[in-house]
Design a protein around this ligand. Structure first.
Ligand code: GH3
Ligand code: MG
Ligand code: MG
Ligand code: MG
Ligand code: MG
Length: 295
C-alpha cells in the first residue's frame, strides 16, 4: 500500500519516513499541502495520506477538503497530525474530511495501528471494486467497467489525436451449444472463448463481456486498416480453438462473428455511436453467413 506523508517539518518527516519504510509501506513525500495535492491528482495516487495540520501554501484541513472535492474513483484515507487537540479543532478537521487524528507528539506504535484501520478500509474497498468491475464467469471486465474504460480511452484518443478501434464479437449459434451440451458446458465454452480472445489481443488492448455471449474489445492506436487484420486474427484463433467436453472428451468447435468501428483522427464521436456502428457491422457479418469480420 502506498502512503503519502505531507509534512513541512524535515525532522518529523524523516522520522515518519523511516518508520513507514520499516513497516513495509511505499512512501510518497510532500513538503506542503499544495505539493501533496498536486501529487494526488497524478496517476497512481496513494491509498492513505498522513498530513500535518500547519503547513505553508495549503494547510491540512484545506488539503482534506480539496481531496474530498476531487472526482476520483479510489478512496484516500486521511490521518491528520496536529498539535491542536481541542474539541473544536477536531470537529474542524473531521468536517474538512479527515478520517482520523493524532495529536503531536504522538506515539509511533499508535500511528502504526491507526494506519492499519485505514488499510482494512482500503482493502475492503479494493475487494468491492474488483467485484463491481469483474464478470464472475470469465474474470474479465464486465460491461460497466469496460464502458468506463472505453470512455477514458476515447477521450485520450481525442486528446492525443490518435486512432481507436472498437470490436464487438458474438459466438455463432451459441444456443445450439447450450441445447446440445447443456448450460454448464455452455459456460465452459464462454470461458474458453474469453480466454482465447484475451490470449490473442495485444497487452494494451482490453476486453470486456458486453452481454451473454457478446464480447467487446478496444484497441487504442489501431487504425481502420489495421483493425481488420486484428479481428481476422481473433476470428481464426476462435475457429481453431478446440474445446474438450469435460465428461465425454469430445471436441467442441465454435466460430464467431465480428463487427468493428474506428474513431479516426480528431473525431469527437460519442462511444455510444462507435458501439452502434460496430453492432451494425456485426449484424451484417451474421447476415452474410457468420464466422466473418465486417469493418
Ligand atoms: P447467432 O449466431 O445469431 O448469434 O445465434 P445465437 O444462438 O448465438 O444467438 P442468440 O442471441 O439467439 O443466443 C444466445 C444464447 O446465449 C442464448 C442464451 O441462453 C445464451 N447465454 C447467454 N448468457 C449465457 C451464459 O452466461 N451461459 C450460458 N451457458 N449461456 C448463455
Ligand atoms: Mg507543520
Ligand atoms: Mg443473436
Ligand atoms: Mg450468438
Ligand atoms: Mg448474441
Amino acid at each position: 500500500m502506498k502512503i503519502m506523508i505531507a509534512e513541512d517539518d524535515s525532522i518529523s518527516r524523516r522520522v515518519l519516513q523511516a518508520n513507514l519504510t520499516k513497516w513495509g509501506y511505499d512512501i510518497d513525500v510532500a513538503v506542503n499541502g499544495r505539493e501533496a495535492f498536486e501529487m494526488i491528482t497524478q496517476p497512481s495516487p496513494p491509498s492513505l495520506l498522513i498530513s500535518d495540520w500547519m503547513m505553508p501554501l495549503m494547510d491540512g484541513p484545506t488539503l482534506c477538503r480539496a481531496i474530498r472535492g476531487l472526482d476520483i474513483t479510489r478512496y484516500i484515507y486521511i490521518i491528520l497530525l496536529t498539535t491542536k487537540g481541542e474539541k473544536k479543532d477536531i470537529i474542524h478537521g473531521l468536517e474538512a474530511g479527515a478520517d482520523d487524528f493524532l495529536t503531536k507528539p504522538f506515539n509511533q506504535e499508535e500511528l502504526k495501528y491507526r494506519i492499519r484501520i485505514g488499510e482494512r478500509i482500503i482493502n475492503l474497498e479494493h475487494r468491492i471494486l474488483l467485484l463491481a468491475n469483474t464478470d464472475p464467469l470469465t474474470g474479465i471486465m464486465n460491461r460497466r467497467a469496460f464502458m468506463e474504460r472505453l470512455d477514458q480511452e476515447a477521450a485520450r484518443a481525442h486528446r492525443d489525436q490518435s486512432h481507436l478501434s472498437f470490436l464487438i464479437t458474438d459466438i455463432d449459434h451459441f444456443k445450439r451449444v447450450n441445447d446440445t451440451f447443456g448450460h454448464q458446458v455452455g459456460d465452459l465454452v464462454l470461458q474458453c472463448f474469453s480466454d482465447t480472445l484475451k490470449a490473442t489481443i495485444r497487452p494494451y488492448d482490453f476486453l470486456g463481456r458486453y452481454g451473454g455471449e457478446e464480447f467487446v474489445i478496444c484497441m487504442p492506436g489501431t487504425t481502420g486498416s489495421q483493425v481488420w487484420t486484428a479481428a481476422e486474427r481473433l476470428r481464426k484463433a476462435v475457429e481453431e480453438k478446440e474445446i474438450i467436453h469435460p465428461d465425454t472428451q469430445e471436441l467442441i468447435s465454435i466460430t464467431s462473428s465480428f463487427g468493428t468501428a474506428t474513431c479516426t483522427l480528431s473525431c469527437r464521436e460519442k462511444t455510444d455511436n462507435l458501439i452502434k456502428r460496430a453492432d451494425d457491422a456485426l449484424y451484417q457479418a451474421k447476415k452474410e453467413g457468420r464466422n466473418r469480420v465486417v469493418c
